[in-house]
Design a protein. Structure first.
Ligand code: ZN
Length: 164
């Protein structure tokens, strides 16, 4: 009797594990093959609005830059800001990185990249510290960026590049 119950118990544990595994697999599959959820897209939009309000307040101008969620970016890049050959400023956000770190993408990466966009807007295309020098740090802080002074070893400013 006891052994039978134990068997039954393990049987259910195994079934449950298979179901959970299937569920996670499905979630991964769904994430990779669909656009970001509307909840996440709304969070991105809200953060962009907040950042633009801070810009108006602290820098005295407004800059509406398209934020493009891309799944064609190299995995190590969270975001990138491009100044295209047609003189447009575009911010790219790496879709793959939203899977495990959506809060980081929104609160850390958006102000970080927006600070690069402001630098471009002001005509500052310096590559010193890969674009993360004193002036960039100042703007990053004014846009509520996180850890703006931290050394950034990322090539996330792209000059003359059109798209990912
Ligand atoms: Zn950067």
């Amino acid at each position: 009797m006891f052994l039978q119950r134990l068997n039954l118990f393990f049987f259910f544990v195994v079934i449950l594990s298979i179901l959970l595994l299937g569920y996670h697999w499905y979630q991964d599959y769904h994430f990779d093959n669909h656009p970001l959820s509307t909840t996440l897209l709304q969070k991105i939009e809200n953060k962009k609005l907040q950042t633009r309000q801070l810009m108006k307040k602290n820098l005295g101008f407004d800059l509406n830059v398209p934020l493009i969620v891309s799944d064609a970016m190299p995995a190590h890049l969270y975001g990138a800001t491009a100044y295209t050959k047609h003189h447009r400023i575009v911010i790219y956000l790496n879709k793959k990185r939203f899977k495990e770190s959506s809060e980081y993408m929104i609160n850390h990466v958006i102000p970080h990249e927006y600070a690069h966009a402001v630098m471009f807007y002001k005509g500052n295309f310096t590559n010193k510290k890969k674009g993360h020098g004193k002036e960039w740090q100042q703007i990053c802080k004014q846009l509520n960026g996180i850890k703006c002074e931290q050394y950034v070893n990322e090539h996330d400013i792209l000059l003359g590049k059109t798209s990912f």
